[in-house]
Design a binder for this molecule. Structure first.
Ligand SMILES: [Zn+2]
Length: 485
């Protein structure tokens, strides 16, 4: 008995995007627009790759990017065959890295003034405002049935926050009204051929901070604040200006009326950007930017982003009381300062793969490294001395483990290298009880003498005020199960 397949929910915006005709340019820091085929990309390989990738709109992946092998070998993340593709499992070390990134981004948004909220992950497909909104968003949905109703899993944090803002009492004095949620998870039924590792997923963790603004002037001012905040957030994660390319998307009308503002964004970015221009407004925004990472397969992916939305204030009937006593709809900015957290991990691992290509040792930023210091006793006789040193360093909130396995010292050192551990100490007769101990420093490959207090101080100096979590696995290697790799 063949049951008729339910029709997939495909939004009007997604259909429109497929047919969309865009004009593509490179905007340089002097404010000049260049046609792509006339721009000199010399010394700008990544911008050329990003532009090529965007203009082609080919999202399919035929090769496995290097971060997939790394995420398994480091026991961070893996595919979950029992789920839908693009829904991953996180092992303890991967969970810790993801949690630290989540905490970090949320703390930066809190410092910016975003008020953190939590909203449901599923919504009624027949809700009149949502049905209308769904059609304006270019994404494919999961749908769920419960009793006689159909629901969709959220693809972003927008509607939960908008429904909340609709019911709030807002004065012009409260603007910009900044509201934030870190969605774990948002769901998008990306096409199967596009799914790969952590780059493109069907369920992902998305920090999303909206700002409701009084008018275009306030929106532009706030937009610039968030443009800088996003760069700062990525920088802290370990993804720097040289690692990404800026894409700016806008209508011809917005460009004509706000040229200086757009040029100023590109100037702040400090290098030329790709511009996609539309004759008329097809989406709910008039301006959008993203910072895009180009990986080892020359594929580009958006990290942080922001938009000026001119539709949803009205659609969701969000109102603020203006100075003149009249209720008005705000403009809404939609910003993810980091992009999906999973994608940040992807970018960090792909960066490590780039390092390997040029003969450098791959690493993760020290604050995210599951084990920051490994202590290796040469035999069981020195376990006590190793424990003592580990405890001294650990007291400064540093993740230290002890390799107490019955393996050769050579094997233990090689395993420490395989885990990308930044500092490795070998404790034998010469080292036990000594004030200063030779430490293998991964970055330089050199042996440097440190006392435990000096090493702790150095690590704290590098990590700074980033969030901290304890070791996510048992401290003794002997006691650890192996998850993958
Ligand atoms: Zn949004």
């Amino acid at each position: 008995m063949a049951e008729k397949k339910k029709e997939e929910v495909v939004s009007a915006a997604l259909k429109a995007e497929e047919k969309l005709k865009s004009q593509w340019y490179i905007l340089d820091t002097e404010g000049e627009l260049h046609k792509i085929d006339e721009f000199d990309f010399k010394g700008r390989d990544n911008l050329r790759k990003f532009a090529g990738y965007e203009v082609d709109k080919d999202r399919s992946v035929h090769q496995e990017p290097p971060h997939v092998t790394m995420m398994k070998a480091l026991e961070l993340v893996d595919y979950e065959p029992a789920s839908d593709p693009g829904n991953m499992r996180y092992y303890p070390k991967g969970r810790m890295i993801k949690a630290l990134l989540e905490e970090y981004v949320s703390s930066k948004v809190a410092a910016y003034g975003g008020m953190e909220v939590e909203t449901p992950i599923m919504y009624n497909l027949e809700h009149p405002t949502l049905a209308n909104y769904l059609n304006r968003f270019p994404a494919r949905q999961y749908t769920i049935e419960s009793d006689n109703d159909r629901y969709f899993l959220r693809f972003a944090a927008c509607f939960g926050q908008f429904l909340m803002a609709h019911d709030a009492t807002i004065s012009y004095k409260n603007l910009p009204f900044k509201i934030y949620e870190l969605t774990r998870y948002s769901f998008r039924r990306e096409q199967k051929g596009e799914l790969t590792g952590l780059r493109r997923l069907r369920s992902f963790t998305m920090p999303d901070v909206h700002a409701m603004c009084r008018d275009l002037e306030q929106a532009k001012e706030e937009f610039m604040v968030r443009f800088k905040m996003s760069a700062d957030v990525l920088d802290g994660i370990g993804i720097h200006n040289s690692d990404y390319e800026l894409g700016v998307r806008l209508t011809e009308e917005f460009w004509a009326n706000n040229k200086d503002f757009v040029v100023n964004l590109v100037k702040t970015h400090g290098k030329p950007a790709l511009v996609e221009m539309w004759r008329e407004r097809i989406f709910y925004f008039i301006l959008k930017w993203e910072r895009n990472f180009v990986d080892n397969l020359d594929k580009a992916s958006a990290l942080s982003t922001d938009q000026i939305d001119v539709e949803n204030g009205e659609r969701y009937d969000i109102k603020f009381m203006d100075e003149d006593g009249v209720g008005k709809h705000p403009l809404i900015l939609h910003c993810s300062p980091s992009g999906a957290i999973e994608r940040d991990i992807y970018a960090l691992l792909e960066k490590a793969a780039f390092d390997m290509k040029v003969g450098k040792r791959p690493t993760l930023p020290l604050w995210l490294q599951p084990t920051q210091v490994r202590v290796i006793p040469v035999s069981q006789d020195y376990l006590g001395a190793a424990d003592k040193i580990a405890a001294e360093i650990e007291a400064s909130k540093i993740r230290v483990d002890v390799d107490n396995r019955d393996e050769s010292v050579g094997k233990k050192i090689r395993d420490s290298e395989k885990e990308w551990i930044h500092y490795t100490l070998v404790i034998g007769e010469k080292e036990a009880g000594k004030e200063k101990i030779p430490v293998r420093v991964r970055e330089t490959g050199k042996l440097v003498e440190y006392s435990p207090a000096e090493l702790a101080k150095e690590i704290k100096g590098i990590v700074g005020d980033k969030p901290w979590r304890p070791l996510p696995v048992p401290r003794y290697l002997q006691q650890r199960p192996k998850f993958s790799g």
